[in-house]
Design a protein around this ligand. Sequence first.
Ligand SMILES: [Fe+2]
Length: 225
Amino acid sequence: MKARFLTYGLLLGGLLLLSAQAQTGQTPAKQAENQPGHGDKSTHGVAAEVKLSDYGGSEALRSDEDREEIAGILQAQLTETVHLGMIAKQLHWTVTGPHFYGLHEQLDDVADFSREYSDMLAERMAALEVAPNGSPEKIVDNCPVEPVPTGFLDDDRVVQMISSKLKGYSERLNERIERLNDLDLTSQDILLGLHHKVDKYYWQFGVQLENRRELAQQRDQKDRK
Ligand SMILES: [Fe+2]
C-alpha cells in the first residue's frame, strides 16, 4: 500500500515539474539562475565590476599614507633581497678551494630563498595596490650593500663575505619588522619568515667560520711546538 502511494507521489511531482517547464520554456534550474540576486549582486543579471578598493579585507581600512609607508618598507626589503640573491649566485659560481662543494650548494640555497621571498614581497606590494620595482636600475641604485669582488675567490674569504652580508641584511630586516608592528601584521609576517631563514643561513655559515678559526689556532699551536 505504502509503495503504491510513493509511486503516485513521484508521478505527480514529475508532472508538476514538466508543467512548470512548459509554461516558461526553461528548466527549474535555469529559472532559479534568472531570479534576482542569484550569482552576482546585480539585480539586473549583469555581473558587477570587481574593484580592489571594494575588497573587504584589512587593506580597505588603511589610509593611503599607511599603504605608501608599508609599501616603502616592502620595496626596501625587496631591493635588498634581490641583491642578496645576486650576490649568493655570483659567489656560488666563483667559490674555489677544498670546501667548494658544500659552499657551492649552500650559496645556491640562499639564491633560491631570495628569489622565493622577493616574489612574496613584490606580490604583497601589488596587493596593496603599489607597483613593486625589481628592475636592475632600481636594485643597483638603491641597495645599501657593497658589491662582492668578481673573479674566483677562496672558500674562506667567501664564508666571511657572505656571513657579513647576511649580518647586515638581518640588522636592517629587524628594524623593518619593528616598524611594521603598528602598520601591517600581514607584511610583518613575510619579514618574520625571512628572518627565520636568514638566521638559519647565518648560523650555518658562521659555524664554518668558528670551526676554521679553531683549526687555524690548532695549526698555529702545532707549528710553535
Ligand atoms: Fe648552479
